[in-house]
Structures are given as structure tokens and as C-alpha cells.
Write a protein that binds this ligand. Structure first.
Ligand SMILES: [Zn+2]
Length: 429
């Protein structure tokens, strides 16, 4: 199909900027009619086909116009309407073949642009910028709807994969995962959670994130990058989160690596997750969390004196002397019942994370700075922006799109969407 668009603009005596504005304006005005003509031509040749719902024969019943908004602007497309002789359903063979899907006003080109923006800024700002840059009409509600549709598609593909892998039963699963991926020296898994405002209840809900990486490299002037870093996040149950984490870790070679490390904040939920999905991992309690908690338990005054020796024991992984030192701090708290109680809780936390601290002795203390940063970049900047609150699914779907982008899968995903190829292969990071 050969399409000719003719533009005419004068450069002599004008600036390049004026010339450019004139050309782009003409191009935009002309593209719409060209697209409409091409689609009408092709749509007229699309065979009537069989009914997609019952397989019955169909016959032509006139033509209808459809409004579609694309990168070429808003156009009215003519296409044939057909009716199923068996079930009576109306259909449009041209829509079935060319898209957009039934009821959709925007092409994937517009959706991709709007969602690229919506992963970074509010739906209202994304709609405004899309309008400004592409010259198409789109509201914040429509960008929101597109985000939900697209996030759900990505999520569904990942859920199918999760069910496929974990439908086998856990023992076989871990064996199967161990067969996947590269063979790195070391894989580090870090997981954490943060709260976002829950619009349904007016309280808070937990967004979870994790990163998997294969080591750290120093690039120019002390700037460090994580090698092979992949991020995952979601607002979902710990079980689903754990299973998806295991799959994504496997793709980074976690179960074939010489060393597998798991760094967490030491919460009971994450310890359970580690035992269930990463039983062979060397577990570390995040030193930063420990330090922060110890300082809080001691209180401002006592922390100045007591914190440094406690931290020294922790860094050395001395899990025999650390509880004893904490007990001494508790004794020193005397009649301060509040502090005594906080220190009792802290002793329980240290006991529960005994192995995670003891492993410092062998490998050095580990901090989860990487996940803290990822949490901020992945979740915080968009889902915790001032004045934002979310419905659970809405937050989960948007997070899914942000991660798709951060892991570098964005272009591949949209390529698969445009060509209607299976989505899952495009989602393997
Ligand atoms: Zn039918």
C-alpha cells in the first residue's frame, strides 16, 4: 500500500522553528484522512468469517462508522456490519482483524504513550501531557481505564505462569526452578514492604517489592550499580508474591548460583517466605533495620551510650553476646517500664533473627540499602505521592506497568501487543 502525503512549506525568510511547526501541522492534518482511506479500503476486503462466539455463519448487514483516536489523530472509520445467522450476534469482521478491540476508542499507539507517562505521574498529568504532545483528546479517567486494562493483561500473563509452575507442588517446583537460568557466582534477593493509602478503607495497605541482582560493580567515582538487577512489586498476598519472586529469581539463576543470599527486614512474614521459597539461601537480617530498631528501643538518651557497643556485637555476628548485652540494657532501664518493654520486644526480634545476624560473622554485615532505594523508586515516587490513595487492584496494576518499564521489558511488551503475539515471552526479564 502506497500512501502519498504532500506538504508544502516555505523556509526562505523563516526560522527552522516556524518551518517545522508548519510541516508538522500539515502532516497531522493530512494523516487522518490517509489512514481512514486505507482502513476503509482494507476493511471492505475482510471476509465475513464465522461468528466468534458460536461459530455460526454470518451475513452482511450494512455499514457503520467507528471513531478511533490514534497517533494520526481522530478519524471516522467505515466498516461492514455482519450478523450471525445462528445466534444473532452483530459483529465487525474488520475490527476483529485490524483492531482496536470492540468498544476501544484509542489505538495502542496512544495507549502506550499515555501509559508511559502515567507510570511516572498522576493520571491527570499524563492525560494533559498526552493531549499536548500528540494533539489527541483523552481524559484522566480514560488514562486510568487504559492503565487498568493493560496492567491486568500483564498481571494475568504472570499469574498464568505462576500457576503453571506452582501447580506442580512445591518439591518439584524448586527442582524445576533450579534447572533454569544462568549460573552466576552469587545471587542476592532482597524483599521489603511499604504502606500506601488504601482508598477503600481509609487506612493503609502494604505494597511489596523485591530486587534480585548478581553483584555490585563500581562505576566512576564511587557510583555503584547492581549487576543484572530485576525488580518486582505488587499489592497481593504473600503467597502469590513469594511464588512470583521465586520464578523471577530463578530466571536470574538464583537456584544455580554458587551462593544465594536473602536479605530482609527480619519480619516474620519475610522469614516464612524465605524458608518456603529460598530454603537453601544464606539469610541476612538487614543491618540498617536492626540499627534503627535498636536505637528506637533504647530511646534517645540511652542510645548515645549503649548503641555503639550493641552494634559492634551485631556487626561481628556475635549472637551469643548480643542478647546478653540487650538484657543488661533492660536491667539498666530500671523503672522505665516503657523502655523495658521495648527492649524485651527487641530481644525477641534478635532471637527470631539469630541466624540472619550470625551470618554476618562469615560474610560481613549486609544492608538492604538496595531494596530501600528500589522501594522508593518503584513504589514510593508514584504510589506514595502526596495526596494519592489507591484501590488495591488499581495500585497493583499500575505497579505492574512501572516494573515492566523499569526492567526494560516495555518495548518488547508493546511489540507483542501490537502484533497480538503471546505476552508471556515478552515478559521474561
Ligand atoms: Zn453466532
Amino acid at each position: 500500500m502506497r500512501m502519498v502525503v504532500e506538504v508544502e512549506a516555505e523556509l526562505t525568510g523563516r526560522t527552522l522553528a516556524e518551518f517545522e511547526a508548519e510541516l508538522m501541522g500539515q502532516l497531522r492534518r493530512q494523516l487522518g484522512p490517509v489512514v481512514a482511506k486505507a482502513v476503509t479500503e482494507v476493511a471492505g476486503r475482510v471476509p465475513v468469517g464465522l461468528c466468534p462466539s458460536c461459530g455460526g455463519r454470518r451475513e452482511r448487514r450494512g455499514r457503520d462508522v467507528r471513531q478511533v483516536v490514534g497517533l494520526f489523530g481522530a478519524v471516522a472509520l467505515q466498516r461492514n456490519r455482519v450478523r450471525c445467522l445462528d445466534c444473532g450476534a452483530n459483529g465487525y469482521p474488520a475490527d476483529e482483524q485490524l483492531g482496536p478491540e470492540a468498544g476501544e476508542r484509542y489505538t495502542l499507539g496512544v495507549a502506550e504513550a499515555a501509559l508511559w507517562l502515567a507510570t511516572e505521574s498522576s493520571y491527570a498529568k499524563a492525560a494533559g501531557t498526552t493531549k499536548h504532545l500528540l494533539g489527541v483528546e483523552i481524559s484522566h479517567g480514560q488514562v486510568h481505564r487504559l492503565a487498568q486494562r493493560e496492567g491486568e493483561l500483564v498481571d494475568r500473563a504472570l499469574e498464568e505462569q505462576r500457576e503453571m509452575v506452582f501447580g506442580l507442588g512445591k518439591r518439584q517446583v524448586l527442582a524445576k526452578l533450579a534447572e533454569q537460568g544462568p549460573r552466576p557466582e552469587r545471587v542476592v534477593v532482597q524483599a521489603d514492604g511499604t504502606s500506601v493509602n488504601d482508598r477503600a478503607t481509609g487506612s493503609e495497605m502494604e505494597a511489596k517489592a523485591r530486587i534480585v541482582y548478581q553483584g555490585v560493580a563500581t562505576v566512576s567515582k564511587g557510583r555503584r550499580v547492581l549487576l543484572g538487577k530485576r525488580t518486582y512489586g505488587g499489592v497481593e498476598s504473600m503467597a502469590h508474591f513469594g511464588e512470583k519472586l521465586a520464578i523471577l529469581a530463578a530466571q536470574q539463576g538464583a537456584f544455580r548460583a554458587r551462593e544465594l543470599w536473602f536479605v530482609s527486614d527480619g519480619s516474620s512474614a519475610l522469614r516464612r517466605l524465605q524458608r518456603a521459597y529460598f530454603p537453601t539461601a544464606v539469610a541476612f537480617l538487614d543491618l540498617w533495620h536492626l540499627e534503627h530498631r535498636l536505637a528506637q528501643a533504647l530511646g534517645m538518651e540511652a542510645a548515645g551510650v549503649s548503641l555503639p557497643p550493641l552494634l559492634k556485637l551485631a556487626r561481628e555476628g556475635d549472637v551469643d553476646k548480643l542478647p546478653a548485652a540487650l538484657a543488661e540494657c533492660r536491667e539498666a532501664a530500671g523503672a522505665d517500664l516503657d523502655r523495658r518493654q521495648r527492649l524485651t520486644l527487641e530481644m525477641e526480634y534478635v532471637r527470631a533473627n539469630r541466624q540472619g545476624i550470625a551470618n554476618y560473622a562469615l560474610h560481613g554485615p549486609q544492608a538492604s540499602g538496595a531494596i530501600e532505594k528500589a522501594m522508593d523508586v518503584t513504589v514510593g515516587r508514584r504510589l506514595k505521592a502526596q495526596g494519592t490513595s489507591w484501590y488495591r487492584l488499581g495500585a497493583h496494576h499500575l505497579l505492574t506497568l512501572r516494573i515492566l518499564k523499569q526492567n526494560g521489558g516495555w518495548a518488547r511488551y508493546w511489540q507483542a501487543r501490537r502484533s497480538r503475539s503471546p505476552l508471556l515471552p515478552a515478559l521474561q526479564f
